[in-house]
Design a protein around this ligand. Structure first.
Ligand code: IPM
Ligand code: MG
Length: 368
């Protein structure tokens, strides 16, 4: 079998720092578990703009299409705020998602026991929380046409279009139902069918896919605004939440914060199966480039490290090693090891980004 390939795009801000810890973990798996990857690295976002004048070089795009998985850090930063919209760092990320056709974005929101006190919600509301948001990632108002800023009757008008085809809804609904079967068998689909035709179609197609092929899964529907409220009121009522691109962007930040810190949450963006049977895939932390703390060793590398665990599970058939890595992170937290985002009044040990990496590597060693 060929050595599986991994393209690392560390990007901007703390992307570089957290990815440095991920690379140490990758090396550990090579040395201690004989799991090796053919790793290549390219800039993306602002870093790619600095190097090539574009947030994503065509060569990098081509490589991303070829590899077994892409691992991305973060993009963006104030340095790039005044750039033309078409070359902003975010455009690089959106191009990867669109051209790789990564339509199913899996965003777990899991509350680690050791962190239940950090949530802004009461501990009993979030302790043991384990939900998964499946966000449609390649369509909807992020990409719909027409879009732009136009002149109309002597003033400018900004236009974006919420647009979904039946096929787009169908395929992401299937991803959510499949995932639910491996979890607690419940899907709640969130839309705005009370105001938007795209929401009416969304609900119809999700219901039809359910009736045709997934009747064993429990399906409910909710308006997305109520969904936001329910996430904060009683998040443990959910298992898998299925929603569109824009609602998913907002609801996933909300769900993330329930868990105490954005610094803990990984994500997987999956497309259609490749020849080897695995989906085309990109893995990235949910957090951004956090320019306010970049370069200071303050960033929490856990979200990016847990994104590697998702890659092991979904792209490389290494479910047991993914479990091993997730357990190592959990033990480190249980031992009170805390980066700045987690430092609150629980008397834990404050550590830097690389010390967090050290602690996780130590736990991996112990696991052997
Ligand atoms: C996310 C981010 C992106 C999005 C930005 C960086 C383009 O907020 O992944 O949630 O809006 O999708
Ligand atoms: Mg977002």
């Amino acid at each position: 079998m060929n050595t599986p390939s991994l393209l690392i795009l560390a990007g901007d801000g703390i992307g570089q720092e957290v990815m440095a810890e991920v690379k140490r973990i990758i090396d550990w798996f090579g040395e201690k578990r004989d799991i090796t990857f053919d790793v290549s690295e390219d800039p993306v976002g602002g870093a790619a703009y600095d190097a090539h004048g574009t947030p994503l070089h065509d060569d990098t795009m081509a490589k991303a299409q070829e590899v077994d998985a892409v691992l991305l850090g973060a993009v963006g930063g104030p340095k790039y705020d005044d750039l033309d919209f078409s070359v902003k760092p975010e455009r690089g990320l959106l191009r990867l998602r669109k051209e790789m056709d990564l339509f199913a974005n899996l965003r777990p929101a899991q509350c680690f026991d050791a962190l239940a006190d950090f949530s802004s919600l009461k501990k009993d509301v979030v302790a043991g929380l384990d939900i998964m948001i499946v966000r449609e990632l390649t369509s909807g108002s992020y990409f719909g046409e027409p879009r732009g800023i136009f002149e109309e009757d002597g003033q400018r008008v900004g236009i974006n279009t919420q647009r979904y085809t039946e096929a787009e809804i169908d395929r992401v609904a299937r991803s959510a139902f499949e995932l639910a079967r491996r979890r607690n068998n419940k899907v709640c689909s969130m839309d705005k069918a009370n105001v938007m035709e795209s929401g009416i179609l969304w609900r119809e197609v999700v219901t039809a896919v359910h009736q045709a092929d997934y009747a064993d899964v429990k399906l409910s529907h909710m308006y997305a605004d109520n969904g936001a409220m329910q996430l904060v009121r009683d998040p443990k009522q959910f298992d898998v939440i299925l929603t569109d691109n824009l609602f998913g962007d907002i609801l996933s930040d909300c769900a993330a914060m329930l868990t105490g810190s954005l610094g803990m949450l990984p994500s997987a963006s999956l497309g259609a199966p490749m020849e080897n049977g695995h989906p085309k895939a990109m893995y990235e932390p949910v957090h951004g480039s956090a320019p306010d703390i970049m370069g200071q060793g303050k960033a929490n590398p856990c979200a990016c490290i847990l994104s590697l665990a998702m890659a092991l599970r979904y792209s490389f058939d290494q479910g047991e090693e993914a479990d091993r890595l997730e357990r190592a992170v959990e033990s480190v937290l249980a031992n009170g090891v805390r980066t700045g985002d987690l430092m609150q009044a629980d008397g834990g040990t404050p550590v830097s980004t690389s010390e967090m990496g050290d602690a996780i590597l130590e736990q991996l060693e112990t696991s052997l």
